[in-house]
Each structure stands twice: as C-alpha cells, then as structure tokens.
Design a protein around this ligand. Structure first.
Ligand code: GLP
Length: 241
C-alpha cells in the first residue's frame, strides 16, 4: 500500500485527477471504477477542467460506479446516477451509454446484482478504481462485517452511514435504508485502486487502516490484500497517524 501525503483537499484532488488522466492517456479504452460522495467531487472538477483546457478525451472510456441507493432513479437529485451525470459525465465527452451505475429501481435486485458483476467482467475488468472511505471504514457501501468474498449485493445501510449521508437529503427519513454495492471481492478484482481521504472525520478510519489489521470489521482493510493500492490523504485525515 502506497501513501501519498497531500497538503490539503485541493492537493489531494489534483494528485488523484493526475493519476486518472495518466491512466486514460495510457489506455484510451480504460475502464474506470468511480465513486460518489464529497471526497471525490474535487477530482471530478479537476477532470472537467483538464478536459476543457487540455482536451483529454474520454470518448472510448467506460465507467462503472461502485454503488447506488435502492429506490432512487436517475431523475432523483440524490441518486448516484444523477450525481455522476451532473458532476462528471456531462462535463466530459464520454458517451452516456458507456457509463454504468447499478439500477436502484430494478424490479429484481438480485438479478441486477448478477447483471452488474457480469457487466464488469464483459468490460474486461476495472483498470483503476477510485474509492472514498466511510467514517466506519466502509468502501462502496460495504459496511463493517461484510465478507471479503462478497460480490455486488444489496446492503442495509448502517445507521451511522445514513446519518453521515443525511446532509445531502431534506431529512434523515429521506435517506434510503438499502443500497446496491459492488462487493469487496469485486473491488479487489480491479487492477489498480486509489483511495482518497480528506478531513478529520476520516482520521480514525485511516489510523485503523494503517494499524495493518486485516478484518471485515474494517472493510477498507481488505485493501491490504491487493498488490496495487495508492492512498492519497490530506494532513487532517492523517492527523491520528
Ligand atoms: C458513501 C459512499 C462511499 C463514499 C463514502 C464517503 O456512503 N457510498 O462510496 O466513499 O460515503 O463519502 P464522503 O466522501 O462524502 O465522505
């Protein structure tokens, strides 16, 4: 596991964007695994700015997102599909049909999970997976206790995760109770993983991660089992290390 210490949020975002841009330049047909949340917003702003200023093209890139809330469709302002379209895809030249997010409205959620796994394989696997980290150490929506062997599945969100994400919704009651998420095994199949962490509220999770204990109680600790992980964290996120 490689650690890059960033000065602050802007520096972390620039360094992560640089890695993605290099990946796309090296392999124009790259499959990018993408995440949502506040942490990665700066990266998406950097990618959009670079596309405008330097013309980096995403015409042949394919993307797969980590997760989606059950019950929220593309038109819902809090769905991750809506977030991705708004914050990233509309800012790039990527064809929308080459971007994939689990379908939170699927009638058969089990079938949707199987379809998503097959889709990732059919795309040839993920070249670079971008990750944030939850305060309890979750990655994607893989909450503590999720087996490392898990593939894409439906999960009941932890109360702390719903509370943390309530800031995006009108009220806590509006936060869905369930989500579809790539599993830990799905994430570990990516060829390269870049995890970002910013701010004091992530410091405890990062400190536990760097203790080095590998346990489903800290989902992010599964990354110790992967050969190519880069963590880019700012000073505040590293304050307990
Ligand atoms: C959410 C997402 C995760 C994200 C995490 C951190 O629950 N499902 O993919 O990494 O929370 O979010 P934030 O970056 O907003 O702190």
């Amino acid at each position: 596991m490689k650690l890059i210490e960033a000065a602050d949020y802007a520096d972390m975002s620039r360094q992560a964007a640089r890695m993605i841009i290099e990946q796309v330049k090296e392999k124009p047909t790259a499959v990018l695994g993408l995440a949502t949340g506040s942490t990665v917003l700066g990266v998406y702003r950097e990618l959009a700015a670079d596309h405008r200023q330097h013309g980096t093209s995403y015409r042949l890139v394919r993307t797969v997102n980590l997760d989606e809330y059950v019950g929220l469709g593309p038109d819902h302002p809090n769905s991750y599909r809506h977030y991705m379209n708004h914050h990233l895809f509309a800012q790039l030249d990527i064809p929308l049909h080459e971007t994939h997010v689990p379908d939170g409205l699927a009638a058969d959620l089990g079938e949707e999970c199987r379809r998503y796994e097959q889709l990732i394989d059919a795309l040839g696997g993920i070249d670079l997976q971008l990750l944030g980290i939850g305060r309890n150490g979750h990655i994607g929506f893989n909450e503590p206790g999720t087996p490392f062997s898990s593939t894409t599945h439906v999960v009941e969100l932890a109360a702390s995760t719903r509370e943390a994400n309530a800031r995006f919704f009108p009220s806590l009651d509006d936060v869905p109770h369930y989500a579809i998420t790539m599993g830990i095994a799905t994430i570990l199949r990516s060829r390269r993983i870049v995890l970002l962490a910013s701010g004091e509220e992530k410091a405890a999770a990062l400190a536990r991660l760097f203790e080095g204990i590998v346990s489903p109680e800290l989902p992010a600790s599964a990354l110790h089992l992967h050969p190519d992980v880069t963590i880019i964290a700012d000073q505040k996120a590293l304050s307990l290390i």
